[in-house]
Design a protein around this ligand. Sequence first.
Ligand code: PLP
Length: 384
Amino acid sequence: MEYGISTRCLYGNGEENQVDRSGAVSFPIYQSATFAHKGVGESTGYDYSRLQNPTREQLEKVVASLEYGVDALAFSSGMAAITALMELFSPGDHIITDCDLYGGSIRLFDNISKKNGLTFSSVDCSRQGHEEFEKLISENTKAIFIETPTNPMMNVIDIEKLAETAKKYNLLLIVDNTFLSPYFQNPLKLGADVVVHSGTKYLGGHNDTIAGFLVTSSPEIAERLRFLIKTVGSGLAPFDSWLILRGIKTLGIRMERAEKNAGRLVEWLCQEKKVTKVFYPGIPSSRGYEICKKQARGFGCMVTFEVETKELAHRILKDVRLIHFAESLGGVETLITYPITQTHADVPKEVLAANGVTDRILRLSVGIEDIEDLIKELERVFYV
Ligand SMILES: *Cc1c(COP(=O)(O)O)cnc(C)c1O
């Protein structure tokens, strides 16, 4: 029998802990770089923590279970995970990416992956018709890389439909699932091959640890990724693994509460005259609403909005007190971000303009505060 998702946040698939026999309810932190052998060829299953460490392994089991993967690998950051993932490809390989991606991913592809001989085409996967999309596919195309909802414009991409195209042309479909977290969306179940997470965000959930994950439904890819993590050495440290394990325990209740808050803030923003646009897939008239409803169990806690003027945007960022003006997302504290100078600072100007990321766009990562306090904070900063 399969556990429900909130139970899996605590116990993964419920496999008995083979490592620690103490009965500890909180999985111990194995702060050890190396592990002793009883004799030649006799390993406890752990040799050296770059390869594997019991605490990291426990975390990986929980995340694999949340995303329905055959395996999950925990990295020192989301970017370390994506960097390792790019090592699956060879010079000359071509990857199609959605145009509205996390700025750090665009920076990696533009500066490191291209240097290593990979080529990229970027399209709006939420708008692209099937035929137009297929025109981009060449003999060298190996993968499609997307996020949904996208960052920061909250476009929704139909994962199942894209997975069909990927299968037809034998391409890997990679989905960065950071924004909805496994609590609301499971891309592998919809046909994706690899899921990426910045564990720094909802999985960790407390704005206190940097981490990243790759989860896959393919045993063959899992084996190649295992080789990569031990070879490049970007696995997550034991203590940080423990912090993310602890964060995940409350993923369900955090997501429920933050999403409820987000819904209320969206209502407030939609009636506010100085707000010219609100981007949130939970708005029934929004382009992504139906697809998001079909493929996810929630609309998430990220809200992007546009205000009347750049001056107002800057004033809001200066005046917030309860809400922090800070990069990142997915924690219990509500953060407000200015994509154009923060998360997307290294994205080419033309790309930002095409996506509608202007100097009037602000992004909220809604936390778990009392909703009345968040609304009072918005009322104050709009009218000081
Ligand atoms: C933050 C983020 C990343 C990068 O993760 P880090 O943990 O900061 O390295 C990748 N994708 C998305 C969608 C993110 O929000």
